[in-house]
Design a protein around this ligand. Structure first.
Ligand SMILES: [Zn+2]
Length: 403
């Protein structure tokens, strides 16, 4: 069972005023200072003092164009996150591919590129040059830091060393986290504080894992990520671990892709090719993807029955990539779970989930300590064209202690 929560995804009323205001603006349309006072519980004086500092730092901008006609005075000018200038760099290292991305302050991915790699290999130099190229194509963007995420227990990579190398190459602070913890934190940031309780997040693509996000009085924490790579999913395929029917060999992207090639359902050993066949009307390919969806629905139901959460979110391309099979997941889930009915929610991130997760890890320090992250003189001209190292202060890499 998951260990005690380690990663805080929202600090609620315990957070510094600037963090509470940024978190409130991240979830909402432009807000007036009055709205912010009500939604955060901060005093009028605090909001009046902190908002102009956030505007000056370039993290928040005023929207005088949204003031209703006939209303005067600064307190009625709505403010919103300024998503036009700062970005964070996201790097997701998966089993088969590396994704490099840039996300704005709201967590929206503004640029992203996925490239296949040799499993277990992470090339920090090549990754940094992809980042520099991306930043050169968006010269108005200023990077504040970087996030490095992946399914670490499934990669034969030293996470700490990978983060240190990336930091060295980029010259930016690097936060590293498990990719599912980061994705759950991004999903939570968008959904906001729904109600107290526990949300179970189950991820599946080449690897599978789950985390729990516990919310209490607007504070939210993510549990230790738990691997589902060798979780039994009702299949007879032998696994290298000695068991049969583990997720990795029965329903993981790589296994499903390899089987599709063997069964001549796809032109290459790749789940994308199988999905393409199904989408072009191949009924056998469609059947294979539906069968996999049922395995995933049963897996989600068994995990749900073990941890008995209040809400269930399913994420990762194995669940979402082939839309016609989504109902199979829901049906198999409903038929398998032995607890009262619950409707699983599928994340809205779709194919950008790896980039969103990496961006969420990179954004954490911006929200936790905005004054420690923004450049000292925000109105200065932009970073060097290569997009690397603004020499403003000593940078470090931070490991989020979540596994
Ligand atoms: Zn196994």
């Amino acid at each position: 069972m998951p260990a005690s929560p380690r990663l805080v995804v929202a600090r609620g009323h315990e957070a510094p005023a600037a963090t509470q205001i940024l978190e409130a603006l991240r979830r909402a349309a432009p807000r007036t200072r009055d709205h912010l006072t009500r939604s955060t519980g901060l005093s009028v004086a605090t909001v009046a003092r902190v908002v102009p500092r956030l505007v000056e730092a370039g993290l928040v901008r005023e929207r005088p164009d949204l003031v209703p006609a006939g209303v005067a005075g600064r307190p009625s000018v709505p403010v919103e996150l300024d998503v036009s200038r700062f970005v964070v760099v996201g790097v997701h290292v998966g089993l088969a591919a590396t994704t490099v991305s840039l996300s704005d302050l709201s967590g929206r991915v503004v640029a992203s590129r996925e490239r296949a790699h040799t499993p277990g290999r992470f090339d920090a130099t090549e990754t940094a040059s992809a980042v520099a190229q991306m930043l050169r194509s968006l010269p108005q963007r200023v990077p504040l830091g970087a996030g490095l995420v992946g399914p670490w227990p499934d990669l034969s990579l030293d996470r700490e060393e990978a983060a240190a190398r990336l930091h060295e190459e980029l010259g930016l602070d690097v936060v590293s986290a498990h990719h599912l913890s980061a994705a759950a934190s991004a999903d939570h940031a968008l959904r906001g504080h729904e109600r107290d309780g526990v949300t179970l997040y189950v991820y599946a693509r080449s690897t599978a894992s789950f985390v729990l996000v516990s919310e209490h009085e607007s504070r939210a924490e993510v549990s230790h990520p738990v691997r589902l790579t060798h979780f039994p999913v009702d299949d007879d395929v032998p696994c290298e671990c000695g068991a049969r029917g583990c997720f990795a060999v029965a329903a993981g992207d790589q296994a499903v892709g390899a089987r599709a090639l063997g069964d001549r359902l796809a032109s290459r050993a790749d789940v994308a090719a199988l999905v393409a066949s199904a989408e072009s009307g191949d009924r056998a390919a469609d059947g294979a993807l539906r069968q996999r969806a049922r395995s995933l629905g049963r897996m989600a139901a068994r995990v749900r029955d073990m941890v008995d959460p209040d809400r269930l979110v399913l994420l990762g391309q194995a669940f979402t990539r082939y839309r016609p099979a989504v109902t199979e997941v829901t049906r198999a889930f409903a038929a398998t779970t032995r607890l009262p009915a619950i409707e699983p929610v599928f994340t809205q991130f779709g194919p950008s989930i790896q980039a969103v997760a990496a961006g969420a890890a990179a954004l954490r320090p911006v929200y936790d300590d905005p004054w420690g992250v923004v450049p000292l003189v925000p109105s200065d001209p932009l970073v060097p064209p290569a997009g690397v190292a603004t020499e403003r202060r000593e940078s470090t890499h931070v490991l989020v202690n979540d596994h």
